[in-house]
Ligand binder design. Structure first.
Ligand code: PCA
Length: 211
């Protein structure tokens, strides 16, 4: 059976839980559309997160890689369109590092596109009654860092597709902010996997984005 790798992050920024790590844990060991799903946890640390991602990719040889991260304050499940070649941290990571205006890969391209069918994914999640929108920026913290590292790694392995999905807070994290239950987000990432395995060429529909 072929493998799909799903990664999530450990908690960061003073939180005690990260929905993305919980989603990866929930999906680990499941079978989706005839593919074995491996869930892995990445440290919220510049550099180390990409090292761990590459290690997981070497170990599992996935045909599809879905990296998931928390975007507190967002109301929707947001497939990211593009990873940019810059680290610019507003807060320190879990190892106390705070790179500012630094390239992720020196001399690397300014950006990489997701190779996931982001519009088809958004449409399918909405069809299932889940809040979803394409996002035009994954930020400049560890999530964008991992997303760029993933796409840089996949640049010469075009058969392996990959991308990044940001998810809202869990209800227990959110005070006055939007949130979604873990079961909903886990089902959503399951749908993301199924759509990505099925749809090779994205649909091009208007109105699927956050801005
Ligand atoms: N969210 C952060 C890093 C880890 C996570 O889950 C981000 O959006 O960069």
């Amino acid at each position: 059976m072929k493998t799909v790798l799903v990664t999530g992050f450990e908690p960061f920024g003073g939180e005690t839980i990260n929905p993305s790590g919980e989603i990866a844990r929930q999906l680990h060991g499941t079978v989706i559309a005839g593919h074995h799903v491996v869930g892995a946890l990445l440290p919220c640390v510049f550099g180390a997160a990409i090292t761990e991602l590459k290690q997981q990719m070497r170990a599992t040889k996935p045909v599809l890689v879905i990296c998931v991260g928390q975007a507190g304050g967002r109301a929707e499940i947001t497939p990211e369109r593009v990873a940019i070649n810059v680290d610019d941290a507003r807060i320190a990571d879990n190892a106390g590092r705070q790179p500012v205006d630094r390239p992720i890969v020196r001399g690397g391209p300014a950006a990489y596109w997701s190779t996931l069918p982001i519009k088809a994914i958004t449409a399918e999640l909405r069809r299932r009654g889940m809040p979803a929108a394409v996002s035009q920026t994954a930020g400049t913290f560890v999530c964008n860092h991992v997303f760029y590292g993933l796409m840089h790694e996949l640049r010469k392995q075009k058969k392996i597709r990959g991308g990044f999905i940001h998810v809202p807070f869990l209800p227990e994290q959110a005070k006055d902010q939007p949130s979604l239950p873990l079961a909903v987000m886990t089902a959503a990432i399951g749908s993301v996997i199924a759509v990505a395995l099925k749809i090779r060429r994205d649909v091009h529909v208007a109105g699927g984005a956050t801005d």
